[in-house]
Design a binder for this molecule. Structure first.
Ligand SMILES: CCCCCCCCCCCCCCCCCC(=O)SCCNC(=O)CCNC(=O)[C@H](O)C(C)(C)COP(=O)(O)OP(=O)(O)OC[C@H]1O[C@@H](n2cnc3c(N)ncnc32)[C@H](O)[C@@H]1OP(=O)(O)O
Length: 438
């Protein structure tokens, strides 16, 4: 593609932001701390935001001046091509061993939670590239992650000592939202082979992150890009349909009602004529016994450029709790196969108490479908507010016990898990693909 930036992360940034800016100097100072932190700190500097809370507040205040750079309508912005936002970034795990510690897990593989953080950062960078103002060094936009639509993995293990290449570009745009497609590849014997494909949706907001803001239109070039763009539009429609049919809004289908009733019948105690007396079938686990909870205190260290908690950090924490739940449920090492429909419903403020709750909600053969619910707790008002829902599909080394819902609410969780499982693993199972530990 034209406009491709084919270089290591340091040179990518140097190419993207002109050398000599605060951003570029920031890169030079913090090499040992890994990529996402590294680049996030560069962006902080580009936004003239420091790690001190008082400076941060001041810089956010100054960002108000950027309101005049916002477009009144989308048509005022120059159209972009897919190649305009195309970026390649190398994570040099092979050539820079000092990076490995941050990425290494106990199974001598790469921590998938770290990859989620990098994908989130890269998605934001791609969107800033798409919306870049040629004339201005500072973007008036605040770009936030709205949704991780899908991540499909095709490798079981990500090696901690081989270079990783990320590529990606904006593949579809609406008025204020952008779909980003990213790919991750790993170097073996001189060639890069695919590890995962990811689709994220980012939303542009005004400089204070209060209202949505228009983004540059995207003009697909040639039949291949037209097809990618068309799929982006279909993805948007699919998301609307999926959300309209949500079990929180609509009753289950006839087929799903039958499934739930059969589970109910299968758990009745045949010795008593009672609706309440339930017995767990062999090789099964009640849903209420298959959950893990966690708490995070959201320190300023984890904040993003908009003074809220970084989406990648939330994903990493949710993934690791989800992985631990799958691990303790299946009794053997689980591999993540797919991630889908991670919705960022509301931002997480610095200082929040973040409560995470992971639940096994569906199982089939070796597969474990996990839902992680995250909410913030305000100790002053004693209010709980949902911030994210995460869906992860894991594959265990052995066949796992069946998960069994007892209540109506749990049955809905089960059906929702089944829907996510079917949506994410259909192609994966056909191709018998599997993947990485945390
Ligand atoms: C080694 C590799 C490393 C590489 C490194 C590369 C360098 C990295 C450089 C960057 C590093 C810095 C990282 C910074 C990270 C910042 C990102 C975060 O953390 S963010 C923190 C985590 N994220 C957050 O905290 C976000 C929290 N959530 C929110 O704030 C809101 O829910 C919202 C803003 C997302 C939507 O608000 P709402 O009131 O609904 O808004 P409206 O009704 O006004 O609609 C506006 C548009 O949004 C659409 N849309 C909406 N929802 C969805 C959806 N689910 N699904 C799809 N689309 C959705 C809707 O259709 C419309 O589109 P359009 O038709 O106009 O095109």
């Amino acid at each position: 593609m034209a406009g491709k930036v084919n270089c290591c992360w340091r040179r990518t940034l140097a190419g993207y932001f002109s050398p000599g800016t605060k951003c570029w100097r920031g890169v030079g100072r913090r090499t040992e701390e890994g990529i996402a932190t590294e680049v996030a700190s560069c962006i902080l500097l580009m936004f003239s935001i420091s790690f001190l809370p008082s400076d941060h507040v001041q810089a956010m205040h100054e960002r108000k001046d950027l309101h005049i750079l916002l477009a009144k309508q989308q048509e005022d912005l120059p159209p972009r091509k897919m190649s305009d936002s195309y970026i390649e970034v190398i994570l040099p795990l092979g050539s820079q061993p000092e990076l490995r510690e941050k990425y290494l897990n106990v199974h001598n593989s790469v921590r998938f939670g770290r990859i989620l953080e990098d994908l989130d950062s890269l998605g934001v960078l791609i969107c800033y590239t798409h919306t870049k103002h040629e004339a201005s060094q500072r973007s008036p936009l605040s770009i936030v992650t709205a949704l991780v639509d899908k991540i499909d993995l095709c490798k079981k293990v990500i090696y901690p000592d081989c270079d990783i290449k990320f590529t990606g570009n904006v593949s579809w745009v609406g008025k204020t939202s952008m779909e980003v497609k990213m790919h991750m590849l790993q170097l073996h014997d001189g060639t890069y082979s695919p590890v995962l494909d990811a689709t994220f949706v980012m939303v542009a907001r005004d400089p204070e992150n209060k209202r949505s803001a228009f983004v540059n239109p995207l003009i697909p070039e040639g039949p291949e890009e037209e097809e990618i763009f068309r799929k982006g539009e279909l993805n948007r429609i699919r998301r609307v349909d999926f959300s309209t049919a949500s079990l929180l809004k609509m009753a289950p289908t006839a087929e799903e009602r039958t499934i739930v009733h059969n589970i109910f019948l299968n758990t009745l105690d045949t010795r008593t004529v009672s609706f309440r007396s339930r017995v767990l079938p062999p090789n099964s686990v009640w849903m209420e016994d298959a959950k893990l909870k966690g708490l995070e205190i959201c320190h300023p260290q984890e904040r993003n450029i908009f003074n809220r908690i970084f989406g990648g950090f939330l994903m990493r924490k949710a993934f690791e709790l989800g992985w631990a739940t799958a691990c303790s449920y299946g009794g053997s090492r689980p591999y993540v196969v797919a991630v889908d429909d991670i919705m960022f419903q509301r931002p997480v403020e610095i200082g929040s108490l973040l409560l995470l709750s992971a639940q096994v909600c569906y199982t089939e053969e070796n597969y474990i479908q996990i839902r992680v619910h995250s909410e913030v707790y305000d100790s002053d008002t004693r209010e709980h507010k949902t911030t994210n829902i995460f869906h992860f599909t894991f594959m265990s080394e052995r066949e796992v016990p069946q998960i069994v819902p007892k209540t109506y609410g749990e049955s809905m969780l089960y059906l929702d898990g089944k829907r996510h499982f079917s949506a994410t693993t259909k192609e994966t199972r056909e191709a018998e693909k599997t993947t990485a530990a945390p």
